[in-house]
Design a protein around this ligand. Structure first.
Ligand SMILES: [Zn+2]
Length: 305
């Protein structure tokens, strides 16, 4: 997989050590060069462009906000600190910030394909962190109040002291192949010709390979032998890691679980190549925005042997 994976490739250094230094953090928060990415109800502020890009603010924009909105230090780039700031409490924030003519809060999934890969990656990190902090005001161990530490790297419970770290949920996503064919599935509600790799959350107590075999078996009744990891993609909705694999089928007959997918079929390589070229009549595959596209392409172009 050579082309960039959407939501990967952030230029920011997450500064695991420096963020422990409270004095350094305070300097960064008040530095006029420091950049703040506002998110409103998980939507990042995007410049209208063109080109579309993240609309960074300075601390001056946030000075009038009471109470002070939550921030997360995303990292530094060229010596400049970059924070995400959750402005969800602001009513009509584009008007409040005076940016309605130049920028708009937008759903990341809808706008990511128009952003430079670096911006999409930063927005993904920001969205996942802000979402996690918003969901974890209380300690899952004792119910006590939690507070952010190390500029948002984790939270600590005031009552029992437990540390809670942002989680990433692993999702196994696989193109299953047999000779010149690959197995793809269609979810309910998708267009008639749209098929993709099969996917499901890795469950506690199983390996990635076992998760692929279980998911494919559950959804299609097809058995999978060897499984090889190919690439992964951060998926900030809210915070998954798509782990892309190619698996070798050891059986052919398909019997779908209609609770999980609507249809699954074996597709021959020429049909898949047409779909990847955007000229398929019978098959459409996900766009390069999705890791499934890269997995399907890797197999179809023979890069996987
Ligand atoms: Zn607690």
């Amino acid at each position: 997989v050579t082309s960039p994976i959407t939501f990967s490739g952030s230029p920011l250094d997450r500064v695991a050590l420096a963020r422990r230094d409270a004095a350094w953090l305070e300097t960064q928060r008040t530095d006029e060069a420091t950049r703040f990415l506002p998110l409103w109800r998980l939507e990042p502020l995007i410049e209208l462009g063109p080109p579309r890009s993240l609309a960074w603010a300075t601390q001056a924009l946030l000075a009038g906000l009471e109470p002070a909105p939550p921030t997360v230090l995303l990292g530094i780039d060229a010596g400049v600190a970059h924070f995400a700031v959750d402005v969800s409490a602001v009513e009509d924030p584009e008007a409040a910030f005076g940016v309605a003519d130049v920028a708009r809060f937008e759903e990341l999934r809808a706008v990511a394909g128009q952003l430079a890969s670096e911006d999409a990656a930063i927005a993904a990190q920001a969205r996942s962190f802000v979402d996690w902090h918003g969901r974890h005001p209380f300690c899952p161990a004792c119910g006590g109040q939690t507070v952010a530490e190390r500029a948002g790297a984790h939270r600590r419970c005031i009552a029992c002291g437990a540390e809670h770290f942002p989680r990433t949920d692993p999702v196994a996503i696989a193109v299953v192949t047999q000779g010149d064919r690959c197995l793809l599935g269609r979810s309910p509600g998708w267009p008639e010709t749209m098929f993709s790799a099969l996917a499901g959350f890795v469950e506690p107590g199983e390996t990635l390979e076992e998760a692929v075999r279980r998911e494919v078996l559950e959804e299609t009744s097809v058995r999978v032998g060897s499984v090889r990891y190919r690439t992964s993609q951060p998926w900030p909705f809210p915070s998954s890691l798509m782990i892309g694999c190619i698996g070798q089928a050891t059986s052919e007959a398909i019997r779908i679980d209609p609770a999980e997918i609507e249809e699954a079929r074996w597709f021959h390589r020429p049909e898949v190549l047409e779909a990847l070229a955007g000229v398929g009549r019978t098959l459409t595959v996900p766009p390069p925005f999705a890791v499934a596209h890269h997995l399907i392409r890797t197999w179809a172009e023979g890069a996987d042997g």
